[in-house]
Design a protein around this ligand. Structure first.
Ligand code: 6PG
Length: 471
């Protein structure tokens, strides 16, 4: 029997694509799937001299060189635990298990701890880039015991995307760090997609642009500072003709988007950490509202819509939307990286933000030119507290915030929901130290519950005996 260098367990789309990617890079890969048909289809449709199918997990384990390495590519949750339970009795100390799914980081922490007690290394490994990324070069975020990383690094770094020749894969930190970074990547992905959707709504309903014009605008944007995978596919989407009816497919797709949960996790986790990721939360809420398909139909008949008022200068508006989108995007990434900063200290991970930004430069869904600038910002100052404080991004915000404010007006007047862009402005304003009304909130709390307050003119904690008549 040929010795395998890594075993992939779970050969659905992502597992299959990663297996073939490894095989292409010269690694001898053993593959196993619970149902035999999936493995059968894979070797029939994509035969590869470096890919060896297994129909028995024990045989796959026995085929491996030491330390053994397994990449689990099954649905997050219980299925991951089931595979781990099957593997444990077959493994020896020093063997390694990687989980490449979108597992919740707390599950990863628990699994890593349990397996460590058995002498098995566990790596929660974020993988981004969808099917094509997995097949030809994803961005990879492994987290686990540092001393064991060197055993998996050659494989992971070889199959990852490359940005300016560097692999988009790097050791993230211990236990749940890899899956945490992937979770925040997805949270940012939600905000980024929502911002693009809002720019689309503004251009379409306040600007009066056609799909063809939208396609051209996004193509043009993809040549400048907004250049990114998401802007690029958006341009293509506006051009795509429908197979069933006249016109473009985008106009026939139901206005309702699902979510698998990583954006929601980011939002919940941010509240636990006391970090404001309002734009990611806004993106989750926008999807939640979109799912009320029947309710929205009913309410449309009952609640009046404002009269549509198209902007008078389309070209000027288009440029403002571009600048506004870019400015809001900075705020979204600032929020995501702020959460990483807090998590790093909370969990003791010592995350390297510059490194994280650098492995997002290619392969993943949020890949963008912009990530080069984020990488530079954190490399310049490892202690940067917020992206918006970096001189490059500060300057961009100063140049773009007026446009962002200007486009919200036509949005709100035309009844176009722009929750993520609105949150961007609110975040920038609160961040830059404008009054946020918390003096009044302190007063209310002290008035109704003697919760005390602090003063601007002297140190200490005060309670006031509120003299006006109240219950
Ligand atoms: C990636 C993506 C991927 C995610 C999809 C769908 O980085 O390749 O983030 O992991 O599953 O984007 O996510 P939602 O269904 O939650 O939108």
């Amino acid at each position: 029997m040929q010795t395998t260098q890594i075993g992939i367990i779970g050969l659905a789309v992502m597992g299959r694509s990663l297996a073939l990617n490894m095989a292409d890079h010269g690694f001898i890969v053993g593959g196993y799937n619970r149902s035999r048909e999936v493995t059968g289809t894979l070797i029939k449709e994509h035969p590869h001299k470096n890919f060896i199918p297994f129909y028995d997990l024990k045989e796959l384990v026995e085929s491996q060189e030491r330390p053994r390495k397994f990449l689990i590519m099954v649905k997050a949750g219980k299925p991951v635990d089931m595979v781990i339970d099957q593997l444990i009795p077959l493994l020896d100390e020093g063997d390694m298990i990687l989980d490449g799914g979108n597992s919740f980081f707390e599950d990863t922490r628990r699994r890593e701890k349990n397996l460590k007690e058995k002498g098995i290394y566990y790596f929660g490994t974020g993988v981004s880039g969808g099917e094509m990324g997995a097949r030809f070069g994803p961005s990879i975020m492994p987290g686990g015991e540092k001393e064991a990383y060197e055993h998996i690094a050659p494989i992971l770094e070889a199959i990852s995307a490359k940005a300016q020749g560097e692999p988009c894969c790097a050791y993230m930190g211990p236990d749940g760090a890899g899956h945490y970074v992937k979770m925040v990547h997805n949270g940012i992905e939600y905000a980024d997609m929502q911002l693009i959707a809002e720019a689309y709504l503004l251009l379409k309903y306040a600007g009066g642009f056609t799909n063809q014009e939208l396609a051209d605008i996004f193509t043009e944007w993809n040549e400048g500072e907004l250049k990114s995978y998401l802007i690029g596919i958006t341009a293509g989407i506006f051009r795509e003709k429908d197979d069933f009816a006249d016109g473009e497919l985008v106009d026939y797709i139901l206005d309702s988007a699902g979510q698998k949960g990583t954006g929601r996790w980011t939002s919940l986790e941010s509240l636990k950490q006391g970090v404001n990721v309002s734009m990611i939360t806004a993106a989750c809420n926008a999807r939640i509202m979109s799912n009320r398909v029947e309710g929205r139909k009913e309410a449309k008949e009952l609640i009046e819509s404002p009269k549509q008022r198209l902007v008078s200068d389309k070209a000027k508006f288009q440029e403002k939307v571009r600048k506004g989108l870019y400015t809001a995007k900075i705020a979204a990434y600032a929020q995501g990286f702020d959460l990483l900063l807090h998590a790093s200290s909370e969990y003791g991970w010592n995350l390297d933000y510059g490194k994280i930004a650098s492995i997002f430069r290619a392969g993943c869904i949020i890949q963008a030119e912009f990530l080069d600038d984020i990488t530079r910002a954190f490399e310049k100052n490892r202690d940067l507290k917020n992206l918006m404080m970096d001189s490059f991004f500060r300057e961009k915000i100063n140049m773009g915030q007026e446009s962002l404010r200007d486009i919200l007006g036509p949005g709100i007047q035309n009844g176009i929901p722009v929750p993520a862009m609105s949150q961007a402005v609110a975040y920038i304003d609160a961040f830059r130290g404008t009054p946020v009304g918390a003096n009044l909130i302190q007063a209310q709390r002290d008035c109704f519950g003697a919760h005390t307050y602090e003063r601007t003119d002297r140190e200490g904690i005060f309670h006031h005996d509120w003299r006006f008549e109240h219950e």
